[in-house]
Design a protein around this ligand. Sequence first.
Ligand SMILES: *[C@@H]1O[C@H](CO)[C@@H](O)[C@H](O)[C@H]1NC(C)=O
Ligand SMILES: *[C@@H]1O[C@H](CO)[C@@H](O)[C@H](O)[C@H]1NC(C)=O
Ligand SMILES: *[C@@H]1O[C@H](CO)[C@@H](O)[C@H](O)[C@H]1NC(C)=O
Ligand SMILES: *[C@@H]1O[C@H](CO)[C@@H](O)[C@H](O)[C@H]1NC(C)=O
Ligand SMILES: *[C@@H]1O[C@H](CO)[C@@H](O)[C@H](O)[C@H]1NC(C)=O
Ligand SMILES: [Fe+2]
Length: 458
Amino acid sequence: MKSLYCSHELLQLIPIIFFSILLLHFQQVAAVEYVRPPPGKIISTSHNRPDSHPQQVHISIAGNDHMRISWITNDKSVPSVVEYGKVSGKYNASSSTGEHTTYRYFFYNSGKIHHVKIGPLDSNTVYYYRCGGVGDEFSFRTPPSKFPIEFALAGDLGQTEWTASTLAHVNKTDYDVLLLPGDLSYADSQQPLWDTFGRFVEKYASKRPWMVTQGNHEVEAFLPLFKIESFKAYNTRWIMPYQESGSHSNLYYSFDVSGVHIVMLGSYTEFGISSPQYEWLQNDLVKINRKKTPWVITIVHVPWYNTNIAHQGEGEKMRIAMEDLLYKAKVDIVFAGHVHAYERFARVYDNQANPCGPMHLTVGDGGNREGLALMFKKPTSPLSLFREASFGHGRLRIVNQTHAHWTWHRNNDDHNSSVSDEVWLANISANEGCNKKLAFQDDDGEDMSNNVIMNDEL
Ligand SMILES: *[C@@H]1O[C@H](CO)[C@@H](O)[C@H](O)[C@H]1NC(C)=O
Ligand SMILES: *[C@@H]1O[C@H](CO)[C@@H](O)[C@H](O)[C@H]1NC(C)=O
Ligand SMILES: *[C@@H]1O[C@H](CO)[C@@H](O)[C@H](O)[C@H]1NC(C)=O
Ligand SMILES: *[C@@H]1O[C@H](CO)[C@@H](O)[C@H](O)[C@H]1NC(C)=O
Ligand SMILES: *[C@@H]1O[C@H](CO)[C@@H](O)[C@H](O)[C@H]1NC(C)=O
Ligand SMILES: [Fe+2]
């Protein structure tokens, strides 16, 4: 009787022992795996210069050969002028064709927000500049007119210790333009956080163009109760070249740089077939001359493809509405943020691997205060080729008209980052099959995919 009881107890122990061994095994695996960081502390960056001196300086591409210089002064008498030149301290050109604005948000009154367009500028050239006629000298380098060009990508930034680490890694290797797929300051209606964010990024954003689109953290609407219009802070502080690209809204626009056409879309403004955004996108894509502009990239906040548990299915309506337009225009890459992780998909169209569709990438890994999106759906979709919930940034180097190299750099600690994923891409037009495919949209594409170059095989 006793022995029977004992053996029964032993039997019960077997699964426990089994799972312990399994657990040990996983712990060993986990030990060699990267240990994920907790969300970082918010860094509050202050303004230590006089009120008349510029703060929150950032620059953005504003039409051909022009740059928009944006900054804020607490002193409202400072003029919206920028003096600039190719030699430090010698400003032989200036632009006073600036504009300025202020805004209110409940009890918050913004400083004077200046936007001044300067140019024409030479490509791949360092310019020194001064804002409002006072204060520090800044400098930036214009993008090259020809390939190669290098883009840095980081979404969902915020202003934490992790963001600082990500941006330090971004800055360690030279790049030409930063692309930000939405969610900038994480102010979420606390307007002073827009100011601390502007100061936090100034040391980078005053040196290279920062081209951004907006995310859910930019909406800040309290309609209709308080009559606060949505995107108020974003639209006054981060003006992008929407007018230069024939758009009527700062929430979607496009620009050209060194043979790359970049389309920024808005996830939180209408995108349906009869919407102004859709109409604008259609016209914008038609105008691209692929001989002059071999590469086309689209950036949107909410991913259309996503296998993370976080924000699952949120981009589906927009995908259904707009994916066809991008596919027909042979867009090479679609970048998104929103999900706080990194994920790379195959070239896809309509939920199927398709060598003529864009490659989708999620880079919502900038390092904001909300932390990482740790849970991915199981089993892994065959469309998802790499996924990891870590902070980091991406880099897209367009080598020439046919080849581009993508790398994803994970933040390892405050001092280093390492390339954890990479892939070579070939332009879609290099793929004869895709040209045929576009003439016959209804082909299932299956037989074709055997004799074409998939991006991962290069
Ligand atoms: C300013 O000086 C640079 C050389 O120092 C020259 O190339 C440029 O044309 C000058 N610009 C103007 C507007 O005079
Ligand atoms: C960014 O990198 C440049 C070039 O290495 C360096 O001079 C600069 O100090 C860096 N900026 C910051 C804020 O670390
Ligand atoms: C893509 O690459 C092919 C060569 O493989 C080239 O003929 C074509 O012009 C390129 N497409 C564009 C848009 O530059
Ligand atoms: C483009 O770059 C790729 C990768 O470096 C190289 O193999 C190819 O020969 C280049 N093509 C041209 C036209 O320079
Ligand atoms: C970067 O950090 C990781 C882990 O923290 C380490 O394994 C790696 O050797 C470091 N690389 C360099 C180049 O310091
Ligand atoms: Fe978001």
